[in-house]
Design a protein around this ligand. Structure first.
Ligand code: BTN
Length: 263
C-alpha cells in the first residue's frame, strides 16, 4: 500500500474529530500551535500531513518522512495539569502509540524513556510534546506524533536503528485507521493523567528500567551537552527518570536523551 491520505478517507476515519490535512507543511507542530492560539475552544483537534519541510523531533533533531510512508500529526491538547506533571503528557503519547499497534506486536513493543516506541530494539515512533504558555498560564500542549509505517531507511544513517510497522508486522497497515486509534488512545490517556494507572502502564512497557544507561542532558540553548552513566532505577510519579550514578548519587532526570550503555 503506498496510497496517500485524502480528505475523504481521513474524514471517514476521524469521524467527529476536527482535523486539518495538508499535503505539505513546515511542521504540523507549527500549524497546530497557531490553530490552538487562534481558537481557545479546540481540544483534541489534529493537524495531519504527508510531508514536512521542517519536521522536528526532540533535542532539535530533524524528523523527515517521504509522502505516503508514515503517520505525522500534531494534536491540540488542553490538559488540566500542574507544570511539574507536564512530562506525563509526553508519556501518555508514547503509551497511546503502543496501544494502537497490532495485538500480535505488543509483546515485542517497548517504550524508551521518555517518548520513543521501539519494536524489537529499533525505533518505530517518536512523540514530541510542546507546551504553549501565555505568561504562567498553560494554554495548550501540542503533541506531535510520528510513526514509521513504510519508510525506506536503506542507505541512510537510520538503517539498523529505525524500523517500520509494516515490515515488523508483516502485513499492510491502514494508516488512517492507525491514526484514528492512536488519537483515541491519546484522548484516553490524557484523561487519566492523574490516575496511577498511567504511570503503572508506562512502567510496565518501559524497556529502560533496571538497565545501565548513558544520559545526555542538553544544558543550554547552544550545543552543550552533559553526559553521565548510571543505572535507570525507577520512574517517579511525575515521569522523571531516577538514575543511580556509580558514586551512589541518585539523579532525577526530567528532560534528556537516554541510550543503553554497556553493562
Ligand atoms: C522524536 O522522536 O524526537 C519525536 C518525533 C516527533 C515527530 C512528529 S512528526 C509530526 C510532528 N511534527 C513535527 O515536526 N514533529 C512531530
Amino acid at each position: 500500500m503506498s496510497e496517500q491520505f485524502t480528505q475523504v478517507a481521513l474524514q471517514a476515519a476521524l469521524d467527529e474529530r476536527p482535523f486539518r490535512f495538508f499535503r505539505r507543511v513546515s511542521s504540523t507542530q507549527n500549524i497546530a500551535r497557531e490553530w490552538a492560539m487562534s481558537n481557545p475552544d479546540i481540544n483534541g483537534a489534529v493537524v495531519i500531513t504527508e510531508e514536512q519541510t521542517e519536521g522536528r523531533g526532540r533535542q532539535g533533531r530533524v524528523w523527515h518522512s517521504p509522502p505516503g510512508s508514515s503517520v505525522m500529526c500534531s494534536v491540540v491538547l488542553r490538559p488540566d495539569v500542574a507544570a511539574e506533571a507536564l512530562p506525563r503528557v509526553t508519556l501518555a503519547g508514547g503509551l497511546a502509540v503502543v496501544d494502537a499497534f497490532p495485538t500480535d506486536l505488543q509483546h515485542d513493543t517497548a517504550l524508551k524513556w521518555p517518548n520513543d516506541v521501539f519494536i524489537r530494539g529499533r525505533k518505530v515512533s517518536g512523540v514530541l510534546a510542546e507546551a504553549v504558555w501565555s505568561g504562567d498560564q498553560l494554554q495548550a500542549v501540542i503533541m506531535g506524533i510520528g510513526i514509521n509505517v513504510r519508510v525506506d531507511f536503506s542507505g541512510t544513517g537510520l538503517e539498523g536503528i529505525a524500523a517500520n510497522l509494516e515490515t515488523e508486522w508483516g502485513q499492510p497497515v491502514d494508516r488512517a485507521a492507525l491514526l484514528a486509534t492512536t488519537l483515541d488512545r491519546v484522548d484516553y490517556w490524557v484523561a487519566q493523567l492523574d490516575d496511577p494507572a498511567l504511570m503503572d502502564s508506562y512502567r510496565a512497557k518501559l524497556g529502560t528500567l533496571g538497565k545501565r544507561v548513558q544520559v545526555y542532558v542538553n544544558i543550554s540553548s547552544d550545543d552543550n551537552t552533559e553526559t553521565f552513566r548510571g543505572r535507570a532505577e525507577a520512574l517517579d510519579d511525575d515521569g522523571a527518570l531516577l538514575v543511580r550514578l556509580d558514586s551512589g548519587e541518585l539523579r532525577r532526570v526530567v528532560a534528556a536523551d537516554v541510550g543503553l550503555a554497556e553493562e
